[in-house]
Design a binder for this molecule. Structure first.
Ligand code: PNS
Length: 162
């Protein structure tokens, strides 16, 4: 069984993430979406439990997609699966620089680990979780950014943080 691991902060999961998950789920037998901690980002807006719950709800229609949470190194987490492939989405050249570095670090830590990239669909290249949080904090329209099921909850939680 060929497994893809799609790691990220998913704070929160956006329409762009969901588009990548859908496409990866057609290529691999199983997709494990691994919600992780990005040491380079400030504190997350949503708790790990909230992020897992949101991700599970919006992917529940995809039978070969699983959601997990891991607070540790991706290179270590990947050892749970047999020859998994790390999959990441690329929106622009700036993503590539970061992602290329991360893929090289992961390969250094776990030489068996391969990373593959999917380019974002042009409908979603402008979306990021950071912009979603900013829009939510200021009460903006989120329908072009977030799965419908998450909009009210994200707005509510963002308003509490403001
Ligand atoms: O959605 P993000 O924030 O761009 O995802 C980045 C993430 C969480 C995948 C990355 O920070 C990560 O792999 N974190 C786990 C810790 C780790 O393995 N760090 C070393 C590789 S940079």
């Amino acid at each position: 069984m060929k497994v893809a691991i799609y790691p990220g902060s998913f704070d929160p999961m956006t329409l762009g993430h969901l588009n990548i998950i859908r496409r990866v789920s057609k290529i691999f037998d199983k997709v494990v979406v691994c919600i992780m901690v990005n040491g380079e980002k400030d504190r997350a807006m949503f708790t790990p439990e909230q992020r897992v719950d949101m991700a599970r709800r919006v992917t529940s229609h995809l039978p070969n997609v699983e959601i997990d949470y891991y607070n540790g190194l991706l290179a270590e987490y990947a050892k749970r699966y047999e020859d998994p492939i790390i999959v990441k989405g690329l929106r622009a050249a700036t993503d590539f620089e970061n992602e290329f570095t991360m893929a090289s670090i992961n390969k250094k830590l776990n030489p068996d680990l391969e990373t593959m990239f999917l380019t974002a669909s042009d409908k979603y290249t402008f979306i990021s979780s950071s912009s979603v949080k900013d829009i939510a904090r200021h009460g903006g329209e989120l329908k072009d950014f977030l799965p419908r099921e998450l909009i009210d909850e994200v707005k509510e939680l963002a308003a509490k943080e403001k």
